[in-house]
Design a protein around this ligand. Structure first.
Ligand SMILES: Cc1cc2nc3c(=O)[nH]c(=O)nc-3n(C[C@H](O)[C@H](O)[C@H](O)COP(=O)(O)OP(=O)(O)OC[C@H]3O[C@@H](n4cnc5c(N)ncnc54)[C@H](O)[C@@H]3O)c2cc1C
Length: 399
């Protein structure tokens, strides 16, 4: 039996699992530090209370239990031993024949004081999204209860105006605007600052997408700073590159990302961002027993242009890598994969979005509906497997 270990159960790891599940002569172990697959692409909606907590997670133990050849390990990977083909976790180790590295990226935080976690969060974690959701509700509640607090300002900085920063700023502002309409006095001094290092938000995207998003952010009353960086933060003050200082209550890091530190122990070639180099078959350059997918892979299109890290590229690369492992096991020729981005969908607060598919762009409510349908089409088939997986877990217990 050929043992495939999938390190990371995000978009890429789950796509690989779906291909490898129930394939003859292959045994799969999925390892993740969390027992859930966090649907990051819906994080903005969780923060703004548009969707409930349980809609943003998919149970990994139950998903794995759906397949007969798959096992889930809820463990944190500490390092890899390539020579012995082992993945080393906090209290155990696991051998593999083929390894799929799908560990995603994490938000780069400032090295600041020790309390930084109590007043900041990265855009990528479930902890961050839940924390923000409860923080805003607490703040609004405090204002409802106390006349004194109503006039105090409450400032939130979103550092980074790429896809995730724009989605978070727009949906949070709309959440406050909605609350304001119903409880006008309470929300009067809540401000969101979106800091973009480039000349515009959504740097690199099509100019009409940028124009539409900029207009929408203005309409929502998000304070957008362009050509500006947050140089550093000290307690609750942000020092900007334009020499301004903003006092803030909470900061969301939505700018740079980095790959998990334990990937360095693989000692494989990587690009300037630390992403591991892959060949056309999604194998790491330097070790054919290791496939690399998603945010941690240095992926480019067929013209050699680097691809931005997205859920879409993670799913495509995960599926293609798993298919190549199956071909190899069956003695067939592996296929080269041209990973592509079919389109980008950006949520701009409830009821508005923009979708750019290159040949066509859709704006406003229709785009918002389509984005929601895309998210449902991803989640619902997974949930069906999860329910069936739970039935398998229950029947094991009864036996
Ligand atoms: C707010 C936000 C909105 C976004 N919106 C979109 C969008 O609309 N469309 C789009 O295509 N993309 C979007 N993205 C980007 C997209 O979410 C990522 O590109 C995608 O999650 C990458 O998938 P992945 O499988 O590589 O990594 P992830 O989904 O991050 O999964 C990595 C997994 O590895 C696990 N892991 C990491 N380290 C360890 C360890 N040491 N031990 C064990 N397990 C570990 C993690 O727990 C995680 O489950 C958005 C991102 C954010 C933050």
């Amino acid at each position: 039996m050929h043992h495939v270990v999938i390190a990371g159960g995000g978009y890429g790891g789950v796509a690989a699992l779906k291909k490898l599940g129930d394939v003859a002569n292959i045994k799969v172990t999925l390892i993740d530090q969390h027992p859930y697959h966090y649907l990051q692409t819906e994080g903005y909606a969780l923060i703004s209370g548009e969707i409930p907590f349980e809609r943003t997670i998919v149970s990994l133990p139950a998903l794995c239990a759906y397949y007969n050849n798959t096992h889930f390990e809820h463990k944190r990977i500490i390092y890899f031993n390539r020579r012995e083909k082992k993945v080393i976790c906090e209290e155990s180790e696991l051998g593999y024949d083929t390894l799929i590295v799908a560990m995603g990226s994490r938000t780069k935080l400032f090295k600041s004081d020790k309390d930084i976690r109590s007043y900041s969060a990265g855009a990528k974690s479930l902890r961050g999204a839940l924390y923000l959701y409860s923080l805003f509700h607490e703040e609004l509640y405090r204002r409802l209860e106390s006349d004194k607090d109503i006039n105090k300002s409450f400032n939130i900085i979103v550092g980074g105006a790429g896809l995730s920063g724009v989605e978070i700023a727009a949906s949070m502002q709309q959440f406050f605007n909605r609350f304001y309409r119903q409880n006008a006095l309470v929300c009067s001094n809540i401000n969101i600052y979106l800091i973009a290092s480039g000349e515009t938000v959504l740097k690199g995207m099509h100019k009409s997408v940028i124009r539409y998003a900029t207009k929408r952010l203005k309409k929502l009353r998000v304070n957008v700073y362009t050509n500006t960086r947050v140089n550093t933060i000290d307690k609750h003050t942000a020092f900007l590159s334009n020499d301004e200082q903003i006092s803030f209550d909470f900061m969301i890091f939505a700018g740079g990302t980095m790959i998990p530190a334990c990937l360095e122990t693989l000692d494989l070639s990587s690009n300037a961002k630390g992403q591991l180099e892959v060949d056309g078959y999604l194998r790491s350059v330097g070790d054919e027993a290791i496939y690399v997918i998603g945010d941690v892979a240095s992926l480019s299109n067929k013209k050699g242009k680097p691809l931005p890290p997205t859920a879409q590229t993670a799913i495509e690369s995960g599926s293609a890598a798993a298919q190549n492992i199956i071909y190899k096991q069956q003695g067939k020729k592996q296929h080269r994969k041209n990973v592509k981005i079919k389109g980008i969908a950006i949520a701009l607060g409830s009821g508005s979005a923009v979708i750019d598919m290159g040949w066509i762009r859709i704006y406003g409510y229709l785009a918002y509906v389509i984005k929601n349908v895309i998210e449902k089409m991803y989640r619902l088939p997974l949930m069906w497997r999860v329910y069936r997986g739970y039935e398998n877990i229950d029947s094991c217990k009864i036996k």
